[in-house]
Each structure stands twice: as structure tokens, then as C-alpha cells.
Design a protein around this ligand. Structure first.
Ligand code: PDD
Length: 281
């Protein structure tokens, strides 16, 4: 397939020709869900898990759009350039209504959009990043991968304007996740990540890290992390499909431990890279 083709409602077409109505509920209300699926040199990473999460998000917003994993694979495959490390962005909205009305319109067809972009390699990953803690002012359904991301956007922007790479979100004194990532912390020698609740996205990278840690006898728990505990953590990481595992070496302007990427990060990062390559064989 020609480069820069995207998928929209049954057709593969150049990005500049992909147009939707201004009455699309995704545009008017953020009424939709999405997925971001890595694809390394033509091989999807954890495809089934991403599609499973998509199905849960669709159920969560009461959007009836049942497709099998195989149907999704066939739809997305033509977008991929198998010489590059890329990610698929897949976006489904409730569709185009005749007029703007909050309540679900009857009998409309969902809008389905997908595109593929190169994964931008994080420069100087070994130096780590700076993070800032901010009040988690999002809604109560953060477990759904909703396209309504304004709170996340504002939080990320606030972090970036103060020279930080990511916002670490705090709710009632406890860490939830990053604005676009999940969080792990090494606390008293135990790798710790907040448990799955409606306050966080069930991240696929988070799940892979839990699996890798357990398989390699690294002590890991899913447990709440207080802000106090986070401040004393030996290591902090932020993890996601597009940025993989990033070590936070400075939190709120204060060094995390020695202010350097920690030993466990090196270990897990190596294991993660190996896992990626193995699962693509
Ligand atoms: N976001 N939490 C939030 C709020 C996220 O937006 C993301 C990823 C994650 C990590 O999930 P995963 O490991 O499945 O990528 C956690 C994607 C990358 C995005 O919105 O672009």
C-alpha cells in the first residue's frame, strides 16, 4: 500500500482525503474510544491484549461495534510498513448524528478511523526524565481508553511548560498514573505499581512488565503508592506503548535516589527488549 494511507469507514485513502462530518460525536463530544498498538517491523505487539482492551472500552461507553480480533488484524495490516517500527492509532466514535444532542441517537453507524505512524525513538533514554506531581483532576472512568482526553492534555502541557516530560497524577494522596503512561516505583526493594481500578488505564506495557518481573523472580506487587512513599522511592518509571519504559530521575525538582537511572531499570529494560524481539519471532 502507498505510504500515508489511512483507513476511514471502509476505505483506505490518503490522509488529506480523510474527512469526517462536523456532526460526528467524536468531534462534538469526544464520544469515542481508541487504541495505540505498537507494530515492530510489521509485527503487532500484544495485539490480542490491545483488542481485548478496545472491546472493554466499547462496552464501557455502550458502543455496539463487535469485530473479531482477526477482523481488526485484517483491517489494520494494510496500513503497516513492515520495514519500520510503528504504531497504529485506531479510533472509533459513536458516529454522525442528524443534530447535536447529548443522548445517544438511534440507528447511526460508528465512525472508524485508523492510521499508522513511526514510533519516535526516545533520545538519551539512559539519562532518564523529569516528572512533576499534579492533582489528578480527571473523571471516574480512567479505565476506559476514551478519546475525551482534555484533562490529560492539560496536565501534560502543564508538566511540559515547566520542563518536565510527564505529569505524575495524584488522587487523594495516592499515585494513579502518568498523563499518558502507567507508573512503577521501586519501594524498599519491591517493584510496586498501583492496582487496576477505575482510576487508571489497564496499560498493556504495565501488564508485560508485571509478567516479565514475575518470570524473572523480581519481587513485584500491585499496591497503592502514597505520595510520601513515592518521594522516598529508589526508582520510578513511567511506561507506555510508544515510549516503553522511562526512568524518572527527578520528581518535583528533587532527585530520585541518586538522580540516575537505576539498576533495576537497566535489568527490566533489557528483559523488555528481549521479550519484544522474542514475541516477534
Ligand atoms: N497512552 N495511562 C494512560 C492515561 C495512557 O494514555 C497510556 C498510553 C497508558 C499506557 O498504556 P499502554 O501501555 O497500553 O500504552 C497509561 C497512549 C500511548 C496514547 O494515548 O498515546
Amino acid at each position: 500500500m502507498e505510504k500515508n494511507k489511512v483507513y476511514l469507514n471502509g476505505a483506505y485513502l490518503p490522509l488529506c482525503d480523510a474527512k469526517i462530518s462536523v456532526l460526528d460525536r467524536g468531534f462534538l463530544f469526544g464520544d469515542g474510544v481508541y487504541e495505540v498498538i505498537p507494530c515492530y517491523k510489521g509485527d503487532f505487539f500484544e495485539f490480542d491484549a490491545h483488542i481485548e482492551r478496545l472491546k472493554n472500552s466499547l462496552v464501557g461507553i455502550k458502543l455496539d461495534y463487535a469485530r473479531t480480533t482477526e477482523q481488526w488484524r485484517q483491517l489494520l495490516e494494510p496500513l503497516i510498513d513492515n520495514t519500520r517500527n510503528q504504531y497504529i492509532y485506531l479510533h472509533i466514535t459513536r458516529g454522525v448524528a442528524a443534530k447535536r444532542d447529548h443522548a445517544f441517537p438511534k440507528g447511526i453507524t460508528p465512525t472508524v478511523f485508523a492510521m499508522c505512524n513511526d514510533i519516535v525513538t526516545v533520545k538519551n533514554r539512559e539519562l532518564g526524565i523529569k516528572g512533576v506531581s499534579l492533582d489528578d483532576n480527571r473523571w471516574h472512568l480512567c479505565n476506559l481508553k476514551s478519546t475525551a482526553l482534555l484533562a490529560n492534555v492539560l496536565l501534560k502541557q502543564q508538566a511540559m511548560e515547566n520542563n518536565n516530560s510527564e505529569a505524575i497524577l495524584i488522587k487523594d494522596g495516592y499515585v494513579t498514573e502518568g498523563a499518558a503512561s502507567n507508573l512503577f516505583a521501586l519501594i524498599n526493594g519491591v517493584l510496586t505499581t498501583p492496582p487496576l481500578t477505575n482510576d487508571i488505564l489497564p496499560g498493556i506495557t504495565r501488564e508485560v512488565i508485571l509478567k516479565i518481573a514475575k518470570a524473572n523472580h523480581i519481587k513485584v506487587v500491585e499496591q497503592e503508592i502514597s505520595m510520601e512513599a513515592l518521594k522516598k522511592a529508589e526508582e520510578i518509571w513511567l511506561v507506555s506503548s510508544t515510549r516503553e519504559i522511562l526512568a524518572v530521575v527527578e520528581l518535583d525538582g528533587i532527585k530520585v535516589a541518586e538522580g540516575k537511572v537505576g539498576q533495576l531499570w537497566h535489568t527490566i529494560n533489557t528483559l523488555f527488549q528481549n521479550y519484544k524481539h522474542q514475541s516477534n519471532e
